[in-house]
Design a protein around this ligand. Structure first.
Ligand SMILES: [Zn+2]
Length: 332
């Protein structure tokens, strides 16, 4: 008990704000079971606590949780969750025990709760200043498809997102506004020095190998919470320590979710989900931050939205709409 109290306090301090602390500690009030050496919570208990209910599909593989704030769909033995229609990847698969579905307590507090019971900004702290980071640049071209280099398109894209953000009333700057080489530690540091309220890193994806050109869609990354696992196999496992970016775990997730939702629902880009990674730009960020892999340069239909300025503009607008949706929620 003593240990749990001090851990709760540590997490509250890490979160840095009352609202984030609530998101970290709410699930401690639910009964827990230990599975695979980790804390799990029965999905039915959680649903009831949130004022909702859980219903199995036939066959009993998929569990639909109806909550006052929207539906959550979980699949047994899968890390893929759908929250209000948008894919969010969990750290650990949903587990079946004694006929009941169980969710990792850490996933509940760091992946689902930030979206279904979102954090708020402290009063009089509006979201106003945004720093955009066009991926790569200078000696680092990023992905290359023929003559096309990712670094050119992330810069054009960032300029377009910036223009639309300014129109929406934000104060905006770019980490680079030319084809210059910028080391990774410099990028998050620029955002800090400019007093950014949000930091958005813009990238385009690629998939190699046979069938690579069929891979398409949007992935939005946020920082992996302390003790959680990153989404990709190449990501680090649990047990990784705390970084500056972890102070904003709940807001990072909420921001990634809102942007992913707009890119997939408004533009129709395939929903590859909100993912978590300990990318350096996200680790170092001292404000809520995400890294957006908006589309695949290696897929013909995605590539048109990257290379054609007319088709790219709605993609930029969807990111702005995601930021506006985030702003509305945290300033409520
Ligand atoms: Zn990139």
């Amino acid at each position: 008990m003593k240990f749990a109290m001090s851990l709760g306090l540590t997490l509250a301090l890490l979160a840095g704000a009352g609202a984030d602390a609530d998101a970290q500690t709410f699930s401690t009030r639910l009964p827990r079971v230990t599975l695979f050496g980790r804390d799990y919570v029965r999905v039915e208990d959680w649903a009831r606590q949130q004022g909702g209910s859980a219903r199995w599909s036939i066959p009993r593989q998929e569990l639909k949780v109806s909550l006052p704030t929207g539906p959550v769909v979980l699949t047994v033995d899968s890390r893929k969750a759908t929250v209000k229609g948008t894919t969010v990847w969990l750290s650990h698969p949903v587990a079946l025990k004694n006929g009941s579905a169980h969710l990792g307590a850490l996933d509940l507090s760091t992946a689902l709760h930030p979206v279904i019971a979102p954090p708020r900004n402290i009063a009089n702290r509006p979201v106003r200043t945004i720093v955009l980071d066009p991926g790569h640049g200078g000696r680092d071209p990023g992905n290359q498809e023929g003559k096309r280099q990712e670094k050119q398109f992330t810069l054009s894209f960032a300029r377009e997102v910036a223009e639309l953000l300014v129109k929406a009333g934000f104060k905006v700057s770019l980490t680079r506004n030319s084809d210059s080489t910028l080391d990774l530690p410099v990028r998050a540091d620029l955002a800090r020095r400019r007093g950014a309220d949000l930091f958005l890193c813009l990238h385009f994806n690629s998939a190699d190998g046979p069938g690579g050109s069929n891979v398409r869609g949007t992935e939005t990354y946020c920082m992996t919470p302390v003790r959680a696992s990153s989404t990709n196999a190449r990501g680090e496992g649990a047990g990784a320590g705390a970084y500056p970016g972890n102070r904003f775990d709940a807001k990072n997730m909420l921001l990634a979710f809102q942007i992913q939702k707009m890119l997939t629902e408004k533009i129709g880009l395939e929903d590859r989900g909100v993912k978590r990674a300990r990318f350096q730009v996200l680790r170092d960020a001292e404000m809520p931050a995400v890294l957006i892999e908006a589309a695949f340069m290696t897929n013909p239909s995605d590539a048109r939205r990257i290379y054609d300025p007319v088709l790219r503009r709605p993609v930029a607008q969807a990111i702005v709409d995601g930021v506006l949706a985030y702003k509305k929620v945290v300033e409520r």
